[in-house]
Design a protein. Structure first.
Length: 380
């Protein structure tokens, strides 16, 4: 058995073929060392490591490269722990394929900014173009592609911090940001974000985990049932940049106000679905800053349900439309084919700096940026 499979066995919990074939084997000290070594490296002259969390309900593994989730194990309907997020077996693979954003904190601006520009206090800022003419998830030097520091760590919680210098990826201000991941006793993974800046800037941080509640590496998410508390979506142009208009979901394939199977309407003849090659849209949530449940996803194969809780006004639902079985293989050498994962990214609206009618993403030096989201798991 090679080192890559051994490292995958530690990071996952008997969820795929490699794990099934070895379900009776015990992890040894050498396999643990192999896993640690696959993340114990340096990137941009900074130390990268793997950290594990557990609380009796959930288990998670994270790396400070991109402050990202590597593994999230939740119990299925039989009580077996199932890894529900996609990723890679080593820090080197995450770095080589950073533009997949697997499990990372993305920003400074999660989602897209049109023409990779915005104006603030009369100054036009030019950002990095990494999505055609647009900027996506902070550009090529976004925080997902940076090595964060560890400020605090316990058995069930870890806090990553990153000081983004003034002008990084084109954004103004020196921004000191942090994200704390906590496993709670209600079956949730909570993400608390906080940041301060020395100059007026824009900020929109989120986690970009790719989920398959049937288990990472399962072939589809089209059988999952999805519910989103969104009355409208944000209309986008052919480059997925908002036009400034909202489209009510009633009578459209975007109506998930009641739970609906993801695959049932994804091929409907709809202009917005054609643009996104499926679902890749911001759902406009109720105008509230309260921490509340905004979505739920259920996988009938495992009985796992994931609720999404947030203080944010928007939720990006992405149905894995640009995934391909020719993509680099993931954990355990698994293939991640077309629409084999979904993302539910809590956020402010895409391109908000260029749309005064959208909720503002401006952060001033006398303000503290704060937001909170949670992925909460149950069985039904």
């Amino acid at each position: 058995m090679n080192n890559k499979v051994l490292s995958g066995l530690l990071l996952t919990s008997a969820i795929a073929c490699a794990c099934q074939q070895n379900s009776n084997k015990q992890h040894t000290a050498s396999s643990q060392d192999t896993t640690i070594n696959s993340f114990d490296t340096t990137i941009d002259n900074k130390d990268v490591k793997l950290y594990t969390l557990a609380n009796g309900k959930l288990k998670a593994a994270l790396t400070n490269y991109g402050a990202r989730l590597v593994n999230l194990q939740v119990p299925d309907q039989t009580g077996q722990l199932t890894d529900v997020i996609l990723g890679y077996d080593s820090a080197a693979e995450y770095k080589a394929h950073a533009d997949n954003f697997y499990g990372a904190i993305v920003g400074r601006y999660g989602n897209r900014i049109g023409d990779a520009t915005f104006t603030l206090q009369g100054v036009k800022y030019e950002l990095e173009k990494n999505d055609g003419k647009n900027s996506l998830h902070g550009g090529t030097h976004g925080v997902y592609n940076q090595v964060w520091d560890v400020a605090h760590r316990s058995d069930s919680s870890i806090t990553f911090t990153y000081l983004s210098p003034d002008g990084e990826a084109g954004y103004p201000g020196k921004v000191n940001m942090q994200v704390t991941y906590t496993l709670n006793h209600t079956g949730g993974l909570v993400m608390d974000y906080q940041a301060n800046t020395d100059k007026e800037t824009v900020l929109n941080l989120t986690n970009h985990a790719y989920f398959n509640l049937s288990g990472a590496g399962s072939e589809t998410i089209l059988d999952h049932e999805l519910q989103i508390d969104g009355e409208a979506i944000t209309e986008v142009d052919d480059t997925l940049i908002p036009t400034g208009k909202s489209i009510p979901v009633a009578g459209t394939p975007f109506d998930f106000r009641k739970a609906f199977v993801i695959g049932d309407r994804i091929e409907v003849d709809n202009a917005q679905l054609k643009i996104g090659k499926g679902y890749d849209h911001n759902f406009e949530l109720a105008k509230s800053t309260d921490f509340r449940k905004v979505a739920a996803v259920y996988a009938p194969k495992t009985g796992i349900e994931m609720q999404v809780w947030t203080t944010e006004p928007g939720l990006q639902f992405y149905s894995g439309n640009f995934m391909s079985d020719t993509d680099p293989k993931g954990k355990n050498g698994l293939v991640y084919p077309f629409r084999s994962a979904f993302c539910l990214e809590t956020q402010h609206y895409p391109d908000a700096p260029n749309h005064p009618s959208f909720a503002s993403t401006v952060v001033k030096p006398d303000q503290t940026y704060k937001t909170k989201s949670e992925y909460r798991f149950t069985i039904r």
